[in-house]
Design a protein around this ligand. Sequence first.
Ligand code: HPA
Ligand code: MG
Length: 214
Amino acid sequence: MSYTRAVIPDDFELPVDAFDIPLCYQGDLSGVVIPEGLVRDRVRRLAKDIHASIGNKPISLLCVLKGSYKFFTALVDELSNARSACPAPMTVDFIRVKSYEDQSSTGQIQIMGLSNLDELKGKSVLVVDDISDTGRTLAKLLSTLKDAGVEKTWTALLLSKRVKRVVDVPEDFVAFEIPDKFIVGYGLDYNQHFRDLGHICVMSPSGIEKYKSH
Ligand code: HPA
Ligand code: MG
């Protein structure tokens, strides 16, 4: 089963002023890279492709918090529609992973939450994450799941950044391939800010300064 990623070119940015941006974020953003409506359209097709590829088997969807909370709910909804004639159930689980401070990875990947990894033992798990850049976080998570006895994993990513991977990790289903820029919105944060922003945006220099951690 082949499918097509939506590739966002390096220079593609829409003017922030052409969109409805919450007042609290005005001045903090310099461009809209992916409007929220486009994410919704793309997730609908991705869910169909995932269903066509995985088929009618029981699956567990694992939401990698916090960044993928919006993508996860959108994907679960679309996947439920795609699987409406499917006799096998779908379950949801949540795990929390943290590695970023300011605009870079700390290199230390903490996996928290999901106290009972045993619940996933022997299951087929679709790991739903917001973004892959170095591949390190996802690789660590996949090995943790394997150690916990998960039978089969696939990965569904909202975004795959065009940067060189430090670790090779399977990216089975990718909604968008994006340029090497630090982006926020649609669940993605800068020091915990901007997760509630609907559109995926690039920050302005003043926004980066305003929400710096120290
Ligand atoms: N934005 C927010 N969080 C991230 C990013 C990004 O570009 N890359 C990895 N985590
Ligand atoms: Mg983050």
